[in-house]
Design a protein around this ligand. Structure first.
Ligand code: HSE
Length: 339
């Protein structure tokens, strides 16, 4: 098998699916030049074939049958971008059981079935990556688990939801109403299909649950995180806070207090001077206190098709590089010749 072309089955051609497709289409030559690996999306699981999209996906790539992806021996990597828990979680598990590496941006599914997904990947000897599930384009999971792995984490504080940060910014800086700002966030493709998950803080709680697992090795389910959204924040609250030198942000936080982990998602007054206070619109940031590295802040686009597609493809490329390396290793061991 020629592992210089890594074949991909894409599940879901919504906002993020389109973004991922576009990133690969636009950057394919650069990726190939930089990594020596070519990537091709060969099948797309999507029921709305006729929907108008800013990508031209050849009709013969579409399928409505997930088995066509699971059972295709040519497919190395499955990208799950259906969103939601069902059937996305089951599809990821089945893909792993069929020997496919899995990449997802699905924070709800990762947060709810973290152990099961990781264990199933391990059992089937496949890679499972989910960088895009927290902070969109920001490579924060990779930073926390790779570059900062010599640290203990004392606290992690995030603006983890682009939609709510966009709404609060528009209300604060442009005197916009909550409804107008929410509509704009939807139009720009930041919001979830049902924006309740954004505005009630559940999306941020999913992401915080993932960060807690990675930073503190504790498993806190999203439902176990005290969560309050922004629906009750008024323009008056925002003005009042501003008069005293504060901005209201939806902050997801987890910190060790006397050896015990405390966590929540809630609207929080941050002094203007706090690094997180300057994070505007759909931008996200994760501010961490690490035992050796000190304080760090990761900042960037936390939502939107191309930024999220960039993180998805980053994971796919890591997998492609590993596949290539192993393939090369197998060839050396076998003394064979690359096809
Ligand atoms: N609805 C999410 C947000 C998308 O607004 O941040 C990215 O996870």
């Amino acid at each position: 098998m020629n592992k210089n072309v890594v074949k991909i089955g894409l599940m879901g051609l919504g906002n993020i699916g389109v973004g991922t497709y576009l990133v690969l289409e636009k950057e394919r030559e650069t990726i190939k030049k930089n990594t020596g690996v070519d990537f091709e999306i060969v099948k797309v699981l999507e029921k709305y074939v006729d929907r108008v999209r800013p990508v031209n996906v050849p009709l013969n790539k579409f399928t409505q049958d997930p088995d066509e992806i699971f059972n295709d021996p040519e497919i190395d990597v499955v990208i799950e971008l259906l969103g939601g828990l069902h059937p996305a979680t089951d599809f990821m598990l089945r893909a792993m059981e069929h020997g496919k590496h899995v990449v997802t941006a699905n924070k709800a599914a990762v947060a709810h079935s973290y152990e099961l997904l990781r264990e199933t990947a391990e059992k089937n000897n496949v890679m499972f990556r989910y960088e895009a599930s927290v902070g969109g384009a920001i490579p924060v999971l990779t930073a926390l688990t790779n570059a900062l792995q010599a640290n203990r984490f004392e606290g992690v504080y995030g603006i983890l939801n682009g939609t709510t940060n966009y709404i609060l910014t528009q209300m604060t800086d442009f005197d916009m109403s909550y409804e107008e700002a929410l509509q704009l966030a939807k139009d720009k493709g930041f919001a979830e299909p049902d924006p309740t998950a954004d505005v009630e803080g559940h999306d941020a709680a999913n992401k915080l649950s993932i960060l807690i697992s990675l930073c503190f090795g504790e498993r806190v389910r999203p439902a176990g995180i005290p969560t309050k959204g922004i629906t009750k924040v008024t323009k008056e609250d925002i003005l009042e806070a501003a008069k005293s030198g504060y901005k209201i942000k939806l902050v997801a936080s987890a910190q060790m207090v006397d050896g015990k982990l405390e966590y929540s998602v809630k609207p929080t007054k941050l002094p203007f001077s706090h690094p997180l206070a300057s994070v505007s619109n759909e931008l996200n940031a994760v501010y961490v206190q690490a035992s050796e590295a000190g304080e760090l802040m990761f900042y960037g686009r936390g939502a939107g098709p191309l930024p999220t597609g960039s993180a998805v493809m980053g994971d796919v490329i890591e997998i492609g590089k590993a596949i290539k390396k192993n393939a090369a290793y197998d060839l050396v061991v076998a003394g064979g010749k690359r096809e």
